[in-house]
Design a protein around this ligand. Structure first.
Ligand code: THU
Length: 144
């Protein structure tokens, strides 16, 4: 696994924290921000976007992935995630199962790094594989 540079980690956390301001979470009041680093070096941002009908709500991580893919990038290095009640991060926010599945579509579980943070000083880096062991991915469809 290639180690992320400390400056990349700091930049991703900083941007994810800024994205808390864009979160639209009038129902849960749980605000989440994400910053996704593409292999091109581009950073795609995301926030959670809730809906009065609840089910159409979208997580911050998927917002960032769908923005990246729709901009033409399909290979990613890392994502930083921050969040908490009323936008105040107290604990690490780990991605939901649906978001882990979306990550598995585009990312190698051994390589892709997920940065769980509360602020720039407090974070933990893990691989997608640690969060989503034995996940079903695109390769499984082509196995004979
Ligand atoms: N949420 C995220 O955006 N990302 C996560 O990793 C966990 C949960 C959002 C979904 C919903 O808008 C709110 O947080 C409460 O679940």
């Amino acid at each position: 696994m290639k180690q992320l540079k400390e400056e990349d980690i700091q930049e991703l956390i900083t941007i994810a924290l800024l994205m808390l301001l864009r979160s639209y979470a009038p129902y849960s009041h749980f605000q989440v921000g994400a910053a996704l680093l593409g292999k091109s070096g581009m950073i795609y941002t995301g926030c959670n976007i809730e809906n009065a009908a609840y089910a159409p709500s979208n997580c911050a991580e998927r917002t960032a992935f769908f923005k990246g893919v729709s901009e033409g990038e399909q290979a990613f290095t890392a994502i930083a995630i921050v969040g908490g009640p009323d936008g105040m991060p107290k604990d690490y926010v780990t991605p939901c199962g649906v978001c882990r599945q979306v990550m598995a579509e585009f990312c190698d579980p051994e390589e892709f790094q997920v940065i769980l943070a509360t602020d720039r000083q407090h974070y933990e880096v893990c691989t997608l594989g640690e969060l989503f062991p034995r996940g079903f991915g695109p390769g499984d469809l082509s196995k004979k």
